[in-house]
Design a protein around this ligand. Structure first.
Ligand code: PRX
Length: 655
């Protein structure tokens, strides 16, 4: 391949420039856990040394004798060491006098509240761990968890960890078929579910769906059912067991199983935007060290913080930053069962006010929804306890960032925009909140102990400018493989350049100060008149317009330009779609980033097709634009959105 082609294949034009910069306040800096960024340079020079020190923050039954064995693309961390994840999240804090500290402050969607201290959580986890043993679950066995956002979901995960069983959490919003496929892939022996859960005033009939799933999962021997409400269900004697009944008969103490650092802690499936879900494998030692350390560094946790991550435990964010990281760090965590707009659009802010939340971690898709609903909702509530905000899951457009900063953070809270993946297990790129100035829309630098850079297709480093994000050294919480598919593991993540460099499939650009800005998935990158343009930049230019709440752009085959940009736009409430708004938006993009990015067409829509975790599925929008069949839509949160959009698109085309 020639030089130019290589460039075209990998380098991404950078169009938007962002000059705003927000340093942390003096007070934040003074009290911060990390006050000096030098730690980063030192850690990048000697990552093993950094992680060996970080590992001392956890309790090891047997110390490790080797930090890293790297046989690309397979890594083993903390060899010879033994530990237990639930011991690190519970016993350790109880021994240190934290028995009565709140571990979980839970609020159900209908409004009830439960507070579990570290002791309460410890007691329940021990009982349930013994109950699982009673059902024949042994070390290494897989246990599926299909639960609403209730404390028992966390208890179930920690109970598995306590006995060395491998949990496979399946998001409670997934269908029976999705559950069935994941159970079969992992060959789980026990399924833990609930009679139901609440979401937007409706009941999620989990046990009912689970009954369908397990008709076709011969590996499941027992089903444990938590009673969340008094929801009707069928009970099969012998196979189905009430959680509370099992606890009544269980012994109160279950010794934590000493696990080798490389014993599997969990499998979590990720579907990406296409294809069969991959069971991402995470092991105990490295994952615990990675999540514990990043929780402390990035969220700056202090003893009296009230920390709320709004993710569902069915996603990696829930695993790493509701359960393992914060609990290993001894935090008080808020957990909320339901929707952000139930009964009203200020529910999240009501939760913040009621529980005095100080650290709040959410996703750009939620922030854009709040923007769309209007400023008055957060304004009704007292958000003065907040001191740090976080974002994860997608690039956050600068305009959404500014809204978050002003309307939620009261202009005083640093925002950590954290880039990472199910596969990375832990946060990889962000700012250290007590050290770094932040730039709207820009994630920041690789965290201590992580080496990352930007390459072109030839593995030539791009110092400033856009290209392909690459992780150049193993890190402790990295995936250890795809369950049952070592070939796909190599092919998917380690074959872009050499066997030693991890390719996350994201585009990124680096600014003069070294900060990384994420540009979107490389499969979505636009190619207009020979320029590769990240979706993020054009979308951000659109969201920058005062009428726009959310935008997704795709490239559609065009005879002359290669691709033409089509933008799907959701307007803020109170704004009406019209041809003059359309013309305005096109001009706005030209003004912000240049004529090259002028959208050929703008389609207005009240909703965009999203996965259940809130990511926009640009693949489907492209299919609509190119008149192709849609393919797999089973991971969509609302499959009707995309059909509606297609009709609208075709009507417009005819007109
Ligand atoms: O494209 C990146 C985007 O989400 C992908 C990972 O998705 P998932 O495995 O579901 O994990 C989400 C929660 C960690 C990434 O490859 N992504 C995640 N965080 C960011 C992001 N894109 C830009 N900025 C982020 N902060």
């Amino acid at each position: 391949m020639g030089d130019t082609e290589d460039r075209l294949d990998s380098e991404i034009s950078t169009l938007l420039t962002e000059e705003r910069s927000f340093p942390p306040s003096e007070e934040f800096q003074r009290l911060a856990f990390v006050r000096n960024g030098d730690i980063r340079e030192r850690s990048w020079a000697e990552p093993e040394q950094f992680w060996a020190n970080a590992a001392q923050g956890l309790h090891w039954f047997k110390p490790f004798d080797r930090v890293l064995e790297w046989d690309p693309p397979n890594a083993k961390w903390f060899l010879g060491g033994q530990l237990n994840a639930s011991y690190n999240c519970l016993d350790r804090h109880i021994k240190a006098g934290q028995r009565n500290k709140a571990a979980l402050i839970w609020e159900g969607e209908p409004g009830e509240c439960r507070v579990l201290t570290y002791w309460d959580l410890y007691r329940e986890v021990n009982l349930f761990a013994n109950a699982l043993k009673g059902l024949g679950v042994a070390k290494g066995d897989r246990v599926a968890i299909y639960m609403p956002m209730i404390p028992e979901a966390v208890i179930a995960m920690l109970a598995c960890a306590r006995i060395g069983a491998v949990h496979v959490v399946v998001f409670g919003g997934f269908s029976a078929e999705a559950l069935r496929d994941r159970i079969n892939d992992a060959q789980a022996k026990v399924l833990i579910t609930a009679d139901g859960g609440y979401r937007r005033g409706q009941i999620l009939p989990l046990k009912h769906d689970a009954d369908y799933a397990i008709k076709e999962t011969p590996c499941i021997e027992h089903v444990v059912v938590v009673q969340r409400g008094n929801f009707p269900l069928r009970f099969k004697e012998g196979r189905d067991h009430w959680y509370h009944r099992l606890l009544e008969d269980a012994d109160p103490y279950c010794p934590p199983e000493p696990c080798d650092a490389e014993d599997i802690l969990f499998i979590l499936h990720t579907s990406g935007t296409t294809g069969k879900p991959k069971g991402i494998v995470h092991t105990t030692g490295g994952y615990m060290v990675g999540t514990y350390t990043t929780t402390k560094y990035v969220f700056d946790l202090r003893h009296d913080d009230v920390y709320w991550c709004t993710a569902d435990i069915g996603w990696i964010t829930g695993h790493s930053y509701i359960v393992y990281g914060p609990l290993a760090a001894g935090a008080t965590c808020v957990m909320y069962e339901g929707a952000p707009n139930w009964p009203d659009r200020d529910r999240f802010w009501q939760v913040v006010e009621k529980h005095g939340v100080s650290i709040f971690y959410t996703a750009p898709t939620a922030i854009r929804a709040f923007m769309k609903w209007g400023d008055e909702w957060p304004a009704r509530r007292d958000l003065s306890t907040l001191r740090l905000l976080g974002s994860v899951g997608e690039p956050i457009n600068p305009e959404a960032w500014m809204w978050y900063h002003e309307h939620i953070g009261g202009k005083r809270c640093p925002i950590v925009d954290t880039w990472w993946q199910t596969e990375t297990g832990m946060i990889m790129i962000t700012t250290l909140p007590g050290v770094d100035a932040t730039t709207p829309g820009t994630a920041g630098l690789p965290v201590p102990g992580v080496r990352a850079t930007i390459f072109n297709a030839d593995r030539k480093e791009i110092k400033t400018g856009g290209g392909l994000l690459a992780v150049t050294h193993p890190w402790p919480a990295m995936l250890r493989g795809i369950w049952g598919d070592p070939e796909r593991y190599k092919e998917q993540y380690w074959s872009k350049w050499d066997q030693e460099t991890y390719f996350p499939s994201d585009g990124a650009k680096r600014s003069e100060n070294g900060y990384f800005t994420l540009l979107g998935r490389v499969d979505d990158v636009l190619s207009v008149a020979g320029h590769r343009i990240g979706t993020m930049e054009v979308e951000s230019a659109l969201v920058d317009h005062s009428a726009v709440a959310e935008a997704a752009v795709v490239g559609i085959a065009h005879e002359i330009k290669g691709q033409a940009i089509v933008a799907f736009v959701t307007l803020k409430e109170g704004s009406e779609a019209s041809s003059s708004v359309e013309a305005n938006l096109k001009e706005h993009v030209v003004k912000k980033i240049g004529a090259i990015a002028r959208p050929e067409r703008i389609v207005f829509s009240a909703d965009l097709p999203k996965t259940r975790s809130g990511k926009i599925m640009r693949r489907l929008l492209r299919a609509i634009g190119e008149g192709k069949i849609l393919g797999d839509t089973t991971t969509l949160a609302d499959p009707t959105t995309v059909e509606g959009l297609r009709r609208k698109y075709e009507e417009q085309e005819e007109a």
